[in-house]
Write a protein that binds this ligand. Structure first.
Ligand SMILES: C[S@@+](CC[C@H](N)C(=O)[O-])C[C@H]1O[C@@H](n2cnc3c(N)ncnc32)[C@H](O)[C@@H]1O
Length: 365
């Protein structure tokens, strides 16, 4: 049965489901979800993982971080088909333990095949990591944006949650009481007051994962690359309708109720939430930058070979240039990282970064 049939069956059985449950099944149902079955997955969207110049930047950042924490382990969550891991491992020492946690069996199998010749690579389930501690890095590229989210609307009498119902042969939205007090709590914690009529996603799984990542680290870094904004840019009049975006055949759309199981569904990441909730697991903010500055900061002598074409560079530096790179650390005193050498130094960036290049010269190691 296809995803539409499976999800409508669930709704017929138990009534309307939260948007999060809908998104979870549409993307991750073991037989019918997008990440389980889509053959042409790579055609729907491009991640930076396919660019060598990006892999070079990530390798430079990894080496620097491992040196700073005396670490030998990298855990990548949501590694997809392992494309980036392959490019990075070719550039790093053989002694690194590279652990992959990937929810989709299809992606995991592709990654396993791709990485079979790297002896330091292993694949584990999230549950196997509980209670473990590493000196090293927890890394993700476009992981948080792929997590299922609750959707809320600020109504006249407070928060309402978007549920999905099945009526007249179609998925439709209905508004109901929030399914959990955690949704209200989330905005309180972030000190955000949504405007009346504003719609927003709440990524409670992101809250869970950033704390898990923090718990996994004895000494080291959480290194996140994704698209999204801090709260002050996320909940603005331009984004009153929220940030759900769907991708199909390299085109985007805003309707998650069509091509169910055939299209990717994403939402923008709230970077303030990663920073705030990260502190609960002992993570301190190292810095926030964007793709473009990250690439410029990590340029080295190999980068020249890695420019496949000027078109590729334009794509990754400019079209994806606004993607964010967030780094948090634990067990290390104010590390000074090369990949954060150049950061935008205006607006909210000031709050998330070293206060300017000059001061960095005087940071204690
Ligand atoms: C947008 S893709 C990005 C893949 C890859 N990092 C890249 O840059 O091309 C998101 C990946 O995260 C995986 N994923 C989603 N939720 C996950 C979870 N809870 N644990 C591990 N992997 C997950 C998906 O299966 C998918 O492969």
């Amino acid at each position: 049965m296809n995803a539409k049939g499976i999800i409508s069956g669930i709704i017929k059985n138990k009534g309307p489901i939260t948007f999060k449950e809908f998104m979870d099944s549409a993307l991750y149902h073991p037989e019918a979800g997008y990440y389980s079955k889509k053959e042409v997955f790579e055609e729907d969207y491009i991640t930076s993982s396919r660019f060598d110049i990006f892999a070079n930047g990530v390798s430079v950042a990894f080496s620097d971080m491992l040196e700073k924490c005396n670490g030998d382990t990298i855990i990548e969550f949501g590694a997809g088909d392992g494309r980036l891991a392959e490019k990075v491992l070719k550039r790093l020492s053989d002694d690194i333990n590279y652990i992959i946690v990937e929810r989709s069996e299809k992606m995991r199998n592709r990654a396993r095949a791709r990485l079979k010749n790297f002896r330091g690579v292993s694949f584990v389930d999230e549950a196997d990591l509980l209670g473990s501690k590493i000196n090293g890095i927890v890394f993700t590229n476009e992981f948080f944006d792929a997590l299922p989210v609750n959707v809320v609307v600020r109504g006249k009498n407070g928060l309402e949650e978007v549920y999905v119902d099945w009526m007249g042969g179609k998925f439709v939205e209905v508004l109901k009481e929030p399914s959990t007090p955690d949704l209200e709590e989330y905005f309180k914690k972030l000190d955000v007051e949504l405007e009346p009529g504003c719609r927003a996603e709440v990524n409670l799984d992101a809250v869970k994962y950033i704390q898990l990542f923090g718990d996994l680290i004895e000494k080291g870094f959480v290194f996140t690359i994704d698209y999204g904004f801090p709260s002050e840019e996320l909940y603005t009049p331009e984004r009153m309708d929220g940030t759900i975006v769907c991708y199909y055949n390299n085109a985007y759309d805003f309707d998650p109720f069509v091509k169910v199981g055939e299209q990717d569904i994403t939402s923008h990441v709230n970077f303030s939430a990663l920073v705030e909730y990260g502190t609960l697991a002992g993570l301190d903010l190292t810095g926030l930058t964007n793709h473009l500055y990250f690439l410029m900061s990590t340029l080295n002598e190999h980068a020249v070979e890695d420019f496949e074409s000027a078109e590729d560079f334009k794509f990754i530096a400019f079209r994806m240039g606004t993607y964010k790179v967030l780094i948090q650390h634990k067990g290390i005193k104010r590390p000074h990282l090369r990949c954060l050498q150049m950061t935008p130094s205006f607006g909210y960036w000031n709050r998330y970064n070293y206060q300017g290049q000059l001061e960095m010269e005087f940071l204690e190691e």
